[in-house]
Design a protein around this ligand. Structure first.
Ligand SMILES: NC(=O)C1=CN([C@@H]2O[C@H](COP(=O)(O)OP(=O)(O)OC[C@H]3O[C@@H](n4cnc5c(N)ncnc54)[C@H](OP(=O)(O)O)[C@@H]3O)[C@@H](O)[C@H]2O)C=CC1
Ligand SMILES: Cc1cn([C@H]2C[C@H](O)[C@@H](COP(=O)(O)OP(=O)(O)O[C@H]3O[C@@H](C)C(=O)[C@@H](O)[C@H]3O)O2)c(=O)[nH]c1=O
Ligand SMILES: [Mg+2]
Length: 295
């Protein structure tokens, strides 16, 4: 079964490329951005016809949350128009699409963890363009799985874990927002889940198509997550000592994009329908730190 993977150099895409050999009968083609630029109209449809995949994993996206506020057209092209074109090209060939979206489609003012069917209302350009991408995929290609994931990290790429380790080595004290709560998710766990679904499709010829939430457990604030990052990084010998962490409110950390306070997602249907329970981000954090120590 031939997978066409976009975003193969990103966090999730890299982990998919690293893991695909573990699955008998799965192969991956991962064009670079030079070979497939999602910002250029029509390119993704050309790629679907050229590579003739059995399934597509769309891990490419514009993910710079703050920068998106000043580059809305580029974010829209990559996160919304490209998934729409991909959906139509795939539907025409009866090729399913596995796609990723985000907790940032939600406004974050609910008291409960967000369910897949809850009302969306993104606070910023990134979330709005990702929501438009979800809608385009649903409208264009019935055979789709959309995984809304959150707070993705890995031992490589741009993520909160690597930002904390860089800043923690430079400063004695870090101020971290303590009133935004969500589920950090290890990119390796996301890759495993996606490949598991591809393998099931290979065997069964179908999947329980739809939109699902897949976030690491347990839910934490960014402040608590930072505490765990430093505790484990010191234990692993990556840092000699942890900086002092000061919990702050979102209002004390102004950013161009607003972010949801409640990013918690109800992942129960993902476990009961797809058989994918929430992965423990502490396990993933140790794997990411082991990779960083070896680097
Ligand atoms: N990071 C996170 O915290 C979260 C991510 N998600 C979603 O998960 C998915 C995977 O994210 P993640 O792996 O973290 O993303 P990364 O930011 O790590 O990687 C993004 C990937 O998209 C590629 N890309 C960006 N623009 C283009 C373009 N114009 N043409 C072709 N390729 C492009 C990048 O290529 P290049 O290397 O050339 O830049 C890179 O391979 C995305 O859909 C994202 O929205 C959801 C929730 C949280
Ligand atoms: C560096 C830093 C950040 N923060 C805050 C800012 C922000 O609220 C939070 C996380 O910052 P980041 O910039 O890493 O997070 P951000 O880029 O908003 O991460 C998001 O990326 C997109 C792609 C998603 O889809 C989301 O699920 C989420 O992972 O930490 C501090 O409080 N202190 C600090 O020193
Ligand atoms: Mg960021």
């Amino acid at each position: 079964m031939k997978i066409l993977l976009t975003g193969g150099s990103g966090q999730v895409g890299t982990e998919i490329r690293r893991r695909v050999h573990r699955w008998d009968g799965l192969t991956v083609i991962a064009p670079t951005r030079a070979e497939l630029d999602l910002a250029r109209p029509g390119e993704v449809a050309v790629a679907v016809h050229r590579y003739a995949p059995d399934i597509v994993i769309n891990a490419g996206a514009y993910t710079a949350v703050d920068k998106a506020e000043s580059e809305p057209d580029l974010a829209e092209a990559v996160n919304a128009r490209a998934p729409g074109e991909l959906a139509k090209a795939c539907a025409a060939r009866h090729v399913p699409v596995l796609h990723f979206s985000t907790d940032y489609v939600f406004p974050g003012d609910a008291e409960h963890p967000y369910r897949p069917e809850d009302a969306t209302a993104p606070l910023g350009v990134y979330g709005a363009t990702k929501l438009a991408g979800e809608r385009a995929l649903r409208a264009g290609c019935p055979q789709h799985l959309i995984f809304r994931i959150s707070w993705v990290f890995a031992g490589h790429g741009a993520n909160f874990v690597r930002t904390m380790l860089r800043l923690g080595a430079q400063r004695d004290e870090l101020r971290i927002v303590a009133d935004q709560v969500g589920g950090p998710t290890y990119a390796g766990h996301i890759a495993d889940a996606a490949l598991h679904m591809v393998d099931r499709y290979r065997r069964d010829g179908t999947l329980a198509w739809g939109t699902y939430h897949y976030a690491g457990a347990p839910d934490v604030s960014w402040y608590a997550f930072a505490g765990e990052i430093f505790a484990r990084a010191v234990a692993a010998g990556i840092l000699v000592r942890a900086p002092r962490l000061v919990p702050i409110a979102t209002a004390e950390y102004p950013t161009p994009a607003r972010r949801p306070l409640n990013s918690r997602m109800d992942c129960s249907a993902t476990a009961s329908v797809l058989g994918l329970p929430r992965p423990d981000w502490r396990v993933g954090l140790d794997l990411a730190l082991a990779e960083l120590r070896a680097a």
